[in-house]
Write a protein that binds this ligand. Structure first.
Ligand code: SF4
Ligand code: SF4
Length: 370
């Protein structure tokens, strides 16, 4: 590829780095190889002219018509990019019953990476892992508002604790107009690497417009609410960590095992509990605990160890999933509600706007501007 071709990917990297979840450069340049997998040079030029806020085609066309394409050709390109999982698509319902299609840039994760369920290769996953190590883990964890939160297993919450409606999975599924399920990309990656992940594979939920997107991209299938509850029940029995997007109305719900790329990367950091929002924490009653280690095996965060035949929980690692609570034969672990409840933003657009506000606030502080 000539210099001009490479330059377009560097410009795209710099553009994506201005998103709420950025896309920083590395010394190795691995981020450019990832972009080449996700975008052709023309697609990169179009993505460079898009925003992280969803907008209609006509707005994007104003910025790209100098490339010599018609609005129809742009629409075709945007659809190809959407199917490839390099951009997002949203639908704005209008008062007259019609809807307007909107497109937007996507962060690498949660976003472009997870949309590669049907396209992932061993090489792409290895590049993604290298990029995680070199730059993206730090970027992902640097936002002051988290992308993910944990919803504890319902049975693990004592009746005296009031559960907010957004912390009830039943509400998310009951309110959904449509639900889709798809295979977990981390599970697929493990297959490609000949590593074994023993957890169930089909366990990633999307709702409403995102469910339609997953089906249109070819990796999701629509399911009924009953099937969604049945898959969720199995996921909880397997001890998977239930993690929706950090919004009152999340567009996706991940059920993560310890192979999960984001969970395993967050585990490598000092204070995982700060990086996944949860309104709960755990406490062990040392008088009831018999040191049987059941909870230890169940915890995906390796947050528990046994000392003098009693389970001890590392509060910096615990993300309040409740898996240990439901598995304890002695009912020695309890989930407690934190004093200060964190109320999630309404939806992913509000989440991204909040992340941007916090980033701007930090930059102002760094520059000494009040
Ligand atoms: S499962 Fe319960 S009894 Fe067993 S070690 Fe854990 S807290 Fe203690
Ligand atoms: S100790 Fe582990 S299993 Fe228990 S709530 Fe915390 S993260 Fe979940």
């Amino acid at each position: 590829m000539n210099q001009a071709g490479t330059d377009i990917y560097r410009k795209l990297q710099q553009h994506l780095d201005t998103l709420p979840i950025g896309y920083p450069a590395t010394e190795s340049g691995i981020e450019i190889r990832i972009l080449k997998f996700l975008f052709s040079p023309t697609e990169a030029e179009i993505a460079l002219n898009m925003r992280f806020i969803p907008e209609p085609i006509k707005n994007i066309y104003r910025r790209v018509k100098r490339l010599g394409m018609t609005i129809g050709e742009l629409e075709e390109m945007l659809e190809t990019m959407f199917i490839k999982g390099s951009i997002r698509k949203a639908r704005l319902e209008k008062g007259d019953g019609t809807e307007e299609i909107l497109y937007q840039n996507s962060p690498l994760a949660v976003g472009m990476f997870e949309y590669q369920v049907n396209r992932i290769t061993k090489e792409f996953y290895e590049d993604f892992e290298q990029y995680m190590e070199e730059a993206f883990r730090d970027e992902f964890s640097s936002t002051k508002i988290n992308q993910l939160r944990t919803i504890p297993i319902e049975k693990s919450i004592s009746p005296e604790h009031h559960i907010a409606t957004y912390d009830e999975l039943n509400n998310i599924f009951e309110d959904a107009k449509q639900i889709a399920v798809s295979s977990c990309i981390c599970h697929k990656a493990y297959d490609l690497l000949d590593k074994s992940c023993n957890s169930m594979s089909e366990r990633c939920f999307t709702v409403n417009s995102s469910a339609l997107n997953a089906v249109n991209r070819g990796y999701g299938r629509f399911i009924t609410k009953e099937e969604a509850f049945s898959i969720l029940k199995r996921a909880q029995e397997e001890g998977l960590v239930i993690q929706p997007g950090n919004a009152k109305h999340p567009s996706y719900i991940c059920c993560c095992c310890s192979c999960c790329d984001l969970l395993s990367n967050i585990k490598k950091l000092d204070r995982p509990w700060e990086l996944i929002t949860s309104n709960y924490y755990t406490e062990v009653d040392s008088d009831l605990c018999i040191g049987c280690e059941t909870c230890l095996e169940r915890c995906k965060m390796d947050a528990i160890h046994i000392e003098n035949d009693v389970a001890l929980i590392d509060k910096l690692l615990c993300i309040g999933c409740g898996n240990c609570v439901v598995s304890c034969p002695e009912e020695a672990i309890k989930l407690k509600k934190k004093d200060k409840e964190v109320i999630p933003p309404d939806d992913s657009t509000h989440l991204f706007l909040k992340i941007m506000d916090k980033k701007a606030e930090l930059r102002r502080k760094e520059k000494g501007i009040e």
